[in-house]
Design a protein around this ligand. Structure first.
Ligand code: NAD
Ligand code: LMR
Length: 328
């Protein structure tokens, strides 16, 4: 059996981590042959709660789970990390936009970027889940200059999963029959969920739906506002579905995508599709040998262009705000 890898989960005493940790320990993310050591980071006041989570992890009795380290010390958590799920951050409440969390949360990602830079493996794969996820990933990477920029990604997989599920429901098919729906841009209400290149059982989704108004208005807004709808109903932000999406994102990054399948990930823009550089923007990607490539040469309609521009503009504004919080 392979040597264990160190996997960090921050916000380990929180809601998302509670659903994520089982997936990691059970082998559904890094595979059934990859043992793991869990490094669980939270803040000092959460250490007692975290002890309870550690007890439950022990009681899972899962053979792939080797050491478990609960800690409030980023240096201990990130030591030799091969993968990191950066979940720990404040969630939004009803009536807030995710970017309203920026000034509170962005400081966390500066500190964790610095700790990754000093203590993690240089090939560590970092998935930022804590909101505003795209800008937090940008900041985290900025403060970890010794780690390649492509090792930092932000989660838009929950939006992709939501979009796939909504299309499957509309078309009355199983969710895995829908492929290649794209989330462009920010994990926020300006994101552009795009079904124009998606397929259902190998046929184009737009023709199958045969209702552009539904696709461009109802579908689009439902996915953009889904996080808020969950908060309004649950009085807490999505956690089970967010944890599942985090597992999906990291598993595909670690293991690769199937031929012909695209997934959406927030990655540092290289200027593809005319998107400004130096923002973390969600693109469709394929993944092989642990490296992602942005899917190129997709046609962009005028409608899509206006949506891409709007979400890129919001990310540029968030970047400016983040820098003013960190370097006033
Ligand atoms: P939660 O409040 O249940 O848990 C957050 C945990 O993070 C808490 O235990 C808290 O103590 C901890 N924490 C705070 N500061 C920390 C720090 N500096 N270091 C380590 N841990 C720290 O929240 P949750 O429901 O688990 O959500 C976590 C974050 O994920 C929120 O920002 C939420 O908005 C975001 N989120 C993102 C997506 C996405 O699709 N990208 C989806 C759902 C939620
Ligand atoms: C989500 O999409 O459910 C999360 O980002 C939580 C939120 O604030 O919407």
């Amino acid at each position: 059996m392979a040597e264990p890898i160190n996997v960090v989960v921050t916000g380990a005493a929180g809601q998302i981590a509670y659903s994520l940790l089982y997936q990691l320990a059970a082998g559904s993310v890094f595979g059934p042959d990859q043992p793991i050591n869990l490094r669980l980071l939270d803040i000092p006041v959460m250490m007692e709660v975290l002890q309870g989570v550690v007890m439950e992890l022990e009681d899972l009795a899962l053979p792939l789970l080797k050491e478990v380290l609960p800690t409030a010390d980023p240096a201990a958590a990130f030591k030799d990390a091969a993968a990191a799920f950066l979940v720990g951050a404040m969630p939004r409440k009803q009536g807030m936009e995710r970017k309203d969390l920026l000034s509170a949360n962005v400081k966390i990602f500066k500190v964790q970027g610095e700790a990754l830079d000093k203590y993690a493996r240089k090939d560590v794969k970092v998935l930022v889940v804590g909101n505003p996820a795209n800008t937090n990933a940008l900041i985290c990477s900025h403060y970890a200059p010794s780690i390649p920029k492509e090792n930092f990604t932000a989660m838009t997989r929950l939006d992709q999963n939501r979009a796939q599920a909504a299309l499957a429901a509309r078309l009355g098919v199983q969710v895995d029959k829908i492929l290649n729906v794209i989330i462009w841009g920010n994990h926020s209400s300006t994101q552009f969920p795009d079904a124009s290149h998606a397929t259902v059982n190998g046929k184009p989704v737009p023709a199958a739906v045969n209702d552009d108004t539904w696709l461009n208005e109802v579908f689009l807004e439902t996915i953009q506002k889904r996080g808020a709808a969950v908060i309004a109903a649950r009085k807490m932000s999505s956690a089970m579905s967010a944890a599942k999406a985090a597992g999906d994102h990291m598993r595909d990054w670690w293991m690769g995508t199937k031929p012909g399948h695209w997934v959406s990930m927030g990655v540092l823009s290289d200027g593809s599709y005319g998107v400004p550089k130096d923002i973390v923007f969600s693109f469709p990607v394929t993944i092989k040998d642990g490296k992602f490539n942005i899917v190129q040469n997709l046609p962009v309609s005028d409608f899509a262009r206006s949506k891409l521009n709007a979400t890129a503009k919001e990310l540029e504004e968030e970047r400016t705000e983040a820098h003013s919080v960190l370097m006033p």
